[in-house]
Design a protein around this ligand. Structure first.
Ligand code: ADP
Ligand code: MG
Length: 240
């Protein structure tokens, strides 16, 4: 589904991603962990061209993301992204937030669009909040709306960048539960997270990044129980 080959990204003289290569299968759930500043967000952002890649190749399905001919809007339709900050449109209701992009980009009829939006709101457990505005919702609820909004484009891949890091602790669980349900539905997901419990339970594979490299990757068992690299051990020692 996703092939990353020798991906490098520099900001000026600062090389943030140094030769990243990996392959992500359809329906795979991959968690990316690692210290702050290791390049996790930059890696995700390179996958949907929120950052211009310095060199290397990224393929998502049949689309060569890194080709200059790639249509960025089309790519982003296919790759949903959820950020730490929910970024909902404050002047739009929950339902309007979810329906906005499909209306403009997928050219859905209003009835079809609304039906799909309500279905997604049901999926994230917020049907009763359809007419609420973002500031009337808790952080956990806003993030669940943001997930529904990303899903409204029918993406084939979902990228999550620390989706629970900005939440009060009591709201983390409800967002992780929604993500867990998506994982079980077979959506291909890449999740940057500090939630080691989630990674252990839900990930098919865990990637540990440090200093712009993939230091180690494997099943949760391989990474957490049979850790090979000292850097991974040191990191896990601090977060577990
Ligand atoms: P992580 O998500 O693992 O914390 P990031 O990918 O956000 O790491 O950042 C990795 C490095 O890239 C950091 O040193 C950061 O300062 C740098 N960086 C990220 N975005 C930019 C940018 N837009 N311009 C310059 N440097 C950046
Ligand atoms: Mg980050």
């Amino acid at each position: 589904m996703i092939i990353v080959e020798n991906l490098r990204k520099q900001f000026g003289a600062n090389e943030v991603l140094k030769d990243i290569s990996t392959t992500i299968r359809e329906q795979e759930v991959v968690c990316v962990i690692g210290p702050s500043g290791s390049g996790k967000s930059t890696f995700l952002r390179c996958l949907n061209l929120l950052e211009e890649v310095t060199s290397g190749k990224v393929m998502i399905g049949e689309v060569e993301v890194t080709s200059p001919k790639t249509n960025i809007d089309e790519l982003r339709t296919n790759v949903g992204m959820v950020f730490q900050q929910f970024n909902l449109f404050p002047h739009l209701t929950v339902l309007e937030n979810i329906m906005l992009a499909p209306k403009h980009i997928r050219k859905l009829s209003k009835a079809e669009n609304e039906k799909k939006a309500m279905e997604l709101l049901g999926k994230v457990g917020l049907s009763q909040k359809k007419d609420a505005y973002p500031d009337q919702l808790s952080g956990g609820q806003q993030q669940r709306v943001a997930i529904a909004r990303a899903l409204a484009m029918n993406p084939s891949v979902m990228l999550f960048d620390e989706p629970t890091s900005a939440l009060d602790p009591e709201m983390v669980g409800e967002v992780l539960q929604v993500m867990k349900n998506l994982a079980h539905e077979g959506i291909t997901m890449i999740v940057v997270t500090h939630e080691m419990g989630f990674a252990r339970e839900v990930a098919d594979r865990v990637i540990f990044m440090d200093g712009g490299y993939i230091v180690e990757e494997g099943t949760p068992e391989e990474l957490f129980q049979n850790t090979r690299h000292e850097r991974t051990k040191a990191f896990l020692g601090k977060v577990l």
